[in-house]
Design a protein around this ligand. Structure first.
Ligand SMILES: Cc1ncc(COP(=O)(O)O)c(C=O)c1O
Length: 176
């Protein structure tokens, strides 16, 4: 069975049309930096190695990571811990007060905290007695506003992984 998954169809319209923030420094980066005096960002002008904002796009560390991973910078997202990335996922895909996510307790508690912060309903479907996802119940709980299904594997707090067959079945049947 072929999946009809298309990431573009899932992203919130306001996020798709977002114009990214650009600092004055981005706009003048072709100018000779050694001749510039920076007064724009409330930084400490006395150079001590940590007085300037770091690169917001983390280009240097991404370049190093891409070499190790054989990946492309465009495919790399770095977060302040994975909790920040989880929050970004909510913000990119879930319309507040409209969409919902599905989580499978007992599982990582941050999913429901982030759902509350983002005004997104958290539908819960318990794991079975072997701490595996219950596919039929999960698909039954999903509706047209279900945007994310969190499969925490290995799961916190149970420590087990989910069976490959179950994950494949969910990937094919869960229509976000
Ligand atoms: C399943 C799971 N995901 C994410 C995190 C968050 O980790 P961090 O933000 O430190 O990367 C934790 C932390 O316990 C976790 O158990």
């Amino acid at each position: 069975m072929k999946s009809s998954f298309n990431l573009n169809n899932l992203i919130r319209e306001n996020i798709k049309s977002l114009k990214p923030y650009s600092s004055a420094r981005d706009e003048y980066k072709d100018t000779n930096v050694s001749e510039m005096i920076f007064l724009d960002a409330n930084e400490n002008p006395f150079e001590n190695g940590v007085n300037r904002y770091p690169d917001p796009n983390q280009n240097n560390v991404k370049q190093l990571l891409c070499k190790i991973k054989g990946s492309d910078k465009r495919n790399l997202l770095l977060g302040n811990g994975s909790d920040e990335v989880l929050d970004l996922i909510f913000r990119a895909f879930c319309e507040p007060n409209e969409d919902n996510v599905i989580t499978l307790p007992p599982t990582y508690g941050m999913y429901s905290v982030l759902a509350n912060i983002n005004a997104v309903e958290n539908k819960t479907v318990l794991l079975d007695e072997d701490f595996q996802p219950q596919v039929k119940q999960i698909i039954g709980a999903a509706d047209k506003n279900s945007k994310i299904l969190f499969l925490c594997s290995p799961n916190n707090p149970t420590g087990n992984s989910f069976s490959e067959a179950t994950i494949k079945e969910l990937l094919l049947k869960f229509k976000a």
